[in-house]
Design a protein around this ligand. Structure first.
Ligand code: NAD
Length: 354
């Protein structure tokens, strides 16, 4: 076995059905009495209902969370924090809501209880991507990591099937890149393999029946494991490309990850034989990139960046940006190779290893 370093992020995780009933006990454990409830506008009612069990401990709510955590939204939410003398945050929702809670925690070190309702996995990471003036900047800090995660499978039953599929692929992308990360280690690789197979098992079940409890449990469990991967080791080409394209063209996060993953994986495959063996095992498929592409397509995901909103004639600029900041990748980044990769992803063609 190779030498390795493993650093675990502290976490308290409550998982199951009906687990939001534990919220009052969790608030008491943290000794907090003045909670601000965060959500997107779409999930404001759901968040209010969940927070109901906390009674007087809830002092206010803020329901304007947005994708990519714009700093002006955070500044607006900070006014509620000051006005209501808040001592803890309850985030109910997907990565956008969790992102707002993390942005506030970075500025205040307030404890966070997160109730995730998608498979983005942000709740398990000390990472925050904030957007200002069209640029997304990633920060990592222990204050960003939530104190308690309450996974309640019941809350994911309303997640629309198309978003369930792409959110699941977003999670798989974290685990795939963890398998060939610079800091890859046997503990995180275990979590990655288990996380990928839990999600891949779940997706067809959820696609067939949005309320399939077994499928929903498996997907949420897998999403947590994949989030742990993202929060523990560095990412590479795939996440870098999604970050670049998402920021440049404001493309939808989970959908972009789904369309891009097979291509980034095909690019890195020749340089990552050990990771590929693990992936083949967890997917029970001989060609992981092709398998993920076919599966996403079969489950109705949009596989063309053009159809997701990337403008014609923008590939060269995207390659330029992707190459502009040096970052680690298991395979050297070649301009022409990246260009061909993005060409294929733009059209929604099959992934190809060159
Ligand atoms: P999201 O949080 O934006 O949710 C998408 C939409 O679905 C929202 O309108 C939301 O209210 C709604 N929704 C969520 N759960 C629902 C449910 N169960 N039922 C019905 N509707 C529901 O989407 P996301 O993909 O979870 O998060 C994307 C954001 O998270 C991006 O900003 C991304 O950068 C960030 N992210 C951060 C990390 C990290 O570690 N920092 C990791 C992953 C994603």
């Amino acid at each position: 076995m190779k030498n390795f370093v493993y650093t675990g992020n502290p976490a308290r995780v409550i998982f199951g059905q009906g687990t939001v009933a534990a919220l009052p006990d969790e608030a008491d454990r943290l000794k907090v009495r003045r909670i601000l409830v965060l959500s997107t506008p779409e999930q404001a009612d759901q968040a209010a209902e969940i927070a109901g069990s906390l009674g007087q401990r809830v002092v206010a709510s803020y329901s304007k969370a947005q994708m990519h955590t714009p700093v002006d939204v955070t500044a607006d939410a900070m006014r509620s924090i000051e006005r209501h003398d808040v001592d803890a945050l309850l985030s109910v929702g997907g990565g956008s809501t969790t992102g707002l809670g993390k942005a506030i925690a970075l500025r205040t070190d307030l404890p966070q209880i997160v109730v995730p309702t998608t498979y983005a996995g942000s709740e398990a990471t000390p990472i925050l991507g904030e957007t200002e003036g069209g640029r997304k900047v990633t920060k990592s800090d222990p204050r960003i990591l939530p104190e308690v995660i309450v996974y309640d499978v019941n809350l994911t039953l309303t997640l629309p099937v198309p978003l369930s599929v792409t959110s699941g692929f977003n999670a798989v992308a974290h685990a795939v890149e963890a398998l060939y990360a610079k800091e890859a280690n046997p503990i995180i690789s275990l979590a990655a393999e288990e996380g990928i197979s839990a999600i891949v098992r779940a997706m067809p079940r959820i696609h067939a029946n949005r309320e399939d409890i077994e499928g929903r449990s498996s997907a949420l469990y897998g999403a947590w494991l994949c989030g742990v991967c993202l929060g523990s080791v560095g990412m590479a080409l795939h996440h870098k490309l999604c970050h670049t394209l998402g920021g440049m063209f404001n493309l939808p996060h989970a959908q972009l990850h789904t369309a891009m993953l097979p291509h980034a994986l095909a690019y890195n495959a020749p340089a990552t034989p050990v990771a590929m063996e693990r992936l083949k095992r967890s997917l029970t498929a001989p060609d992981p990139a092709k398998f993920l592409y076919d599966m996403a397509k079969e489950l109705g995901a949009v596989m063309s960046l053009r159809d997701l909103g990337m403008p014609e004639g923008s590939i060269e600029a995207a390659v330029e940006q992707a190459l502009s900041n040096a970052y680690w990748n298991p395979r050297e980044l070649e301009r022409s190779g990246l260009h061909r990769l993005l060409d294929r992803a733009f059209r929604g063609d099959e992934p190809k290893t060159e």
